[in-house]
Design a protein around this ligand. Structure first.
Ligand code: ADP
Length: 260
């Protein structure tokens, strides 16, 4: 897989039991693009992002990654796809009582067998530790290499999650609400870091953000989702308050109507 994966959704719907999480979504994300996904909670952002590393599948329509439809990926190919798409979850999925180095090394475990994984974690080579250290330098916390992960602040843990994703040698970075649990100043730092590193590495970046302003400030293209539908998809500089209203005002009206 070459750097800068591209993603294509063609009339994609995803249905969970009684919920239509995505409703005929069509969009293309080109190699090396940086795109923000915005919309209220429950609008389908996570469902959409999970299609990009094959964690989810469309119920209807076609989803393709790097020119190949998800449905045509075999089990082994899907595993490989997941190991090459850096996915940063809201919960970060770090193991709290491991050292930072071990959490970063864990990024590559999907690419090797069990025995090799164990030896990488327990007895990392000097070369591997050097590589981890360089990544920690890039994300601004080189001094934390051997620190226990749960001793780090929320913002520092986000940097570990980013370093772990980069250690995968990813072709794209996908981040699902990566800054929802930190204060706005830290959130801004992390988003800046994510966008800068993706640009420098030529990685495609797609992240969902609850904070509309932050998204508009840092990502050149925004896709607005509401009730599983794309409400807008355009350059951030063209996005005004009307677009924000289209996503959120109705919600307010609905709240009034519900009497809450
Ligand atoms: P967002 O990321 O924008 O908050 P999600 O993609 O998580 O939205 O969810 C979209 C809708 O699908 C919501 O109504 C949510 O409750 C529902 N949903 C998400 N995952 C599941 C699931 N595994 N089973 C049933 N419903 C789900």
């Amino acid at each position: 897989m070459t750097k800068g994966a591209d993603f294509l959704l063609d009339q994609v719907s995803v249905q969970y039991q009684n919920t239509l999480a995505l409703d005929e979504v069509t969009l293309t994300i080109s190699p090396g693009e940086a795109v923000g996904l915005v919309g209220p909670s429950g609008s389908g952002k996570s469902t959409l992002l999970h299609l990009f590393n094959g964690r989810g599948q469309p119920t209807d329509g076609w989803a393709s990654v790097s020119g190949k439809r998800l449905i045509d990926y075999g089990r082994r190919d899907l595993k490989q796809l997941r190991s090459r798409i850096g996915f940063i979850d809201q919960g970060l999925n770090l193991v709290p009582n491991l050292r930072v180095s071990q959490n970063v090394i864990a990024g590559r475990l999907g690419q090797v067998g069990f025995a090799k994984s164990l030896s990488m974690l327990l007895f990392p080579s000097r070369a591997m530790l050097r590589e981890v250290h360089e990544l920690l330098e890039r994300v601004g916390i080189p001094e934390k290499l051997f620190e226990r992960t749960d001793r780090l602040s929320g913002g520092q843990q986000q940097r570990v999650a980013l370093a772990r994703a980069l250690f995968q040698k990813p072709v794209a970075l996908i981040a699902d609400e990566p800054v929802s649990s930190v204060d706005p100043a830290r959130a801004r730092d992390t988003i800046e870091l994510l966008t800068r590193i993706s640009r420098e590495e030529g990685l495609t970046l797609c992240m969902s953000l609850h904070n509309f302003e932050l998204a508009r400030e840092h990502l050149p293209r925004l896709i607005g989702l509401r009730d599983g539908k794309v409400v807008f998809d355009r350059a951030s500089e063209e996005i005004g308050d009307e677009q924000f209203d289209a996503l959120y005002t109705l919600e307010k009206n609905e709240m009034w109507r519900d009497g809450s």
